[in-house]
Write a protein that binds this ligand. Structure first.
Ligand SMILES: [Zn+2]
Length: 297
């Protein structure tokens, strides 16, 4: 049996300009995993984590102009649909992880969404919703969020600030969005133009501390906007550095015996082939490192 991965690109037509990129990703990933369309997250699922008034607003009149500015995207029914599939992919991946040890969503990782407001391209916080769903289904273990997207996971930090059962780690570019950082359980802020060696040197002790929490379930925001040349990045990882970053996360997960959910996070590199390659390598390596006979494969 192959590992499964969910993609909103199979649920909705790909965003203009990304159709070709998607075909490359699809072809390469289907060699090692089964791609499935993401289901749409349901309102009741979102309500497990998000503020009721906020959801009522989003599903009712939608975001105002000022709120759309904060989101960084023009609000539309289509945008809402995409956000529902993005979060739904993470919820489906959660079920795979709880059953077979590994769950993969090519989308998700919208870590800037707060309980009661949208910002930074993030309408719903899929990881926060998934953790709330796991709790609602009776999962009582410790949860670790390893957020290696180049931007701080400010929304996620706020969701779990007073929850001792969830440890949030964010390793990010110090001088990048969001300007006002929130407090994660462990924040590592990196200077502009940090390259592979410095990045990996900072990652190692951070992972040590995070996994000392002894998680039973890990969410990995695998944002590839750490690559040198990313339009919204500021760090300077090579593709090899990114692969090594991911390998270290996967190895820690394997040592810990925790279940893993991988979500996509950001990636805004102008070189679409490189962007595709970074995504492909991230998910292929997760399967290679974590999908084995002993883990349900
Ligand atoms: Zn990002």
């Amino acid at each position: 049996m192959k590992a499964r991965a969910y993609s909103a690109a199979l649920s909705l037509p790909p965003v203009a300009g990304f159709a070709q990129l998607w075909e490359v990703i699809r072809e390469e990933l289907e060699e090692v995993l089964e791609l499935r369309p993401s289901p749409a997250a349901r309102l009741e699922e979102l309500a497990l984590a998000h503020d009721q008034g906020y959801l009522h607003h989003v599903f009712g009149e939608g975001l105002s102009r000022a709120e759309s500015l904060r989101l960084g995207r023009h609000f539309s029914p289509e945008l809402l649909q995409r956000a529902l599939y993005s979060a739904g992919g993470t919820l489906a991946a959660l079920e795979d992880a709880l059953q077979g040890g590994l769950g993969l969503n090519l989308g998700g990782g919208t870590h800037h969404a707060y309980p009661a407001h949208a910002e930074g391209y993030s309408l719903f916080n899929d990881v926060a919703v998934a953790i709330a769903k796991a709790r609602a289904e009776g999962f009582g273990g410790r949860v670790l969020v390893v957020d290696l997207d180049v931007h701080q996971g400010n929304g996620t930090a706020v969701f779990f600030q007073s929850d001792p059962s969830v440890f949030t780690l964010s390793l990010h570019a110090q001088h990048n969005y969001p300007q006002l950082k929130e407090r994660s359980d462990l924040d590592v802020a990196l200077p502009d133009a940090t390259g592979d060696a410095e990045y990996l040197a900072a990652l190692e002790p951070a992972l040590e501390r995070a996994f000392a929490f002894r998680p039973d379930l890990v969410f990995f925001n695998s944002g590839v906007d750490v690559l040198a040349g990313d339009r919204l990045g500021r760090l300077a990882l090579s593709l090899d550095g990114l692969i090594e970053r991911n390998r270290r996360v996967y190895q820690k997960v394997r040592e810990s015996g925790a279940a893993l959910v991988v979500v996509g996070g950001g990636g805004y590199h102008p070189d679409l082939r490189l962007l595709a390659e970074a995504r492909i390598q991230t998910y292929r390596l997760a399967v290679a490192e974590l999908w084995s006979v002993t883990r349900g494969g």
